[in-house]
Design a binder for this molecule. Sequence first.
Ligand code: CU
Length: 478
Amino acid sequence: MQADLIITNALIVDGSGGAPVRGNLAIQDQRILAVGEFQPPAGANTRDAGGKVLAPGFIDSHTHDDGYLLAHPDMTPKVSQGITTVVTGNCGISLAPLVRDAVPQPLDLLGPPGLFRFATFADWVAHLQAQPAATNVIALVGHTTLRVAVMDDTARARRPRARGDGRAAGRGHAGGRLRRIHRHVLSAGGGRAHRRDHRRVRAAGRPRRLYATHLRDEADHIVPAMEEALEIGRATGARVVFSHHKLAGERNHGRSRETLELTPGRPRGSRLPGLPSVSGHFHHAAAGPREPSLAHHDHLVQGLSRGGRARFPRTHADIGPGRAGPARKAAAAAAIYFVMDEGDVERIASFPLTLFGSDGLPFDPRPHPRQWGTFPRILARMVRESGLMTLEQAVHKMTGLAARQYGLAQRGRIAPGCHADLVLFDADRVQDRATFEDPIQVSAGIDGVWVNGRRVWNEGRALPAYSGQVLRRAPDAA
Ligand code: CU
């Protein structure tokens, strides 16, 4: 056996959801060469895992890391959690295709204007390939970005002369060659995104692959919002991903029973059978039930405007308009929302099709702690402490299930021939450390991370391997 590295004495959780097994794993070039109880050849480069967990690298299904990949290619907030792949362009905002000296909200959440320098999506992908970051990237096209490219003002209602926005973006220099990105995907924000827009984009680019949507409403009117998204999925033939699945507001607590019923792929009770399968992201909201937390979603601003001061005095004092300093700190966080009911969180998190995503804003000087801690937190809280799900179930959601939903070939699993995206962690010790007070903190217990066979994280330190790749849906993906 000719291996670059053999990790021995590991508890292998292979991403399939199957039970952990003890064994060794050999890496050669970018791939997993062998897994099991084989004997490492004499003189081989080995690393004793000491019985710790070896899993496929985690897939962060919901990020706004587009610009961060360029500015901080070591991707410390992510590789320190064991994340080896980030999905960018969520909530309708992507870095490309757009070149601007000044960018309007909400695109400014992605980072400084200087990062917006790719006239076409193909240019952006080519740049990521030429100068890779430490993580792999699944790059979604943001619908708001396309609109800004042709309209300037996303708050404006679509007017006749802008009607061809998707098509224009597909053809024109501003939007750039959607045809060439048909193997990528489209993501849409809430707001003014309209199903006709999506059909136009589809007509221009035939994305047909994956439609990640920030639902128009995540509170009282969530069901029609979900039905609308599912209808778009049905009309375009795209797989639908709900970028969040949350029930905001106390009177909606408990309604995940109803919303999960809408999710196709349920064994029984689907009200919309025959649709593409759907997954919802769960990203942890760091606080406990009824604690407010920050988010960047403007339509949730009712947290402040509707009695937020009385009901959430501490948070109102922290970021309210009366306090210039903290308000500035929270500038990127345009809103407050109420963290969901704990029962809803648990029900959604353990739903078989739910994926995990961090949904942080990496350039925020005080990001939500989930940017740095989501995945270790799930392993600590939902697996080790509460037993809500088994280790192999949680890892499956973070790896194999996500790879399947995004149509990735030979990713998200530990098996011979698969890409060597791996994380070695201590299941007894893994723990997020980022807090609201001190949100930029690496997690504990993540011992080693490999991306395409290269080690990018070791014992608390990022290594300059920059071995990430741009991932696309496999042509035969379901
Ligand atoms: Cu988001």
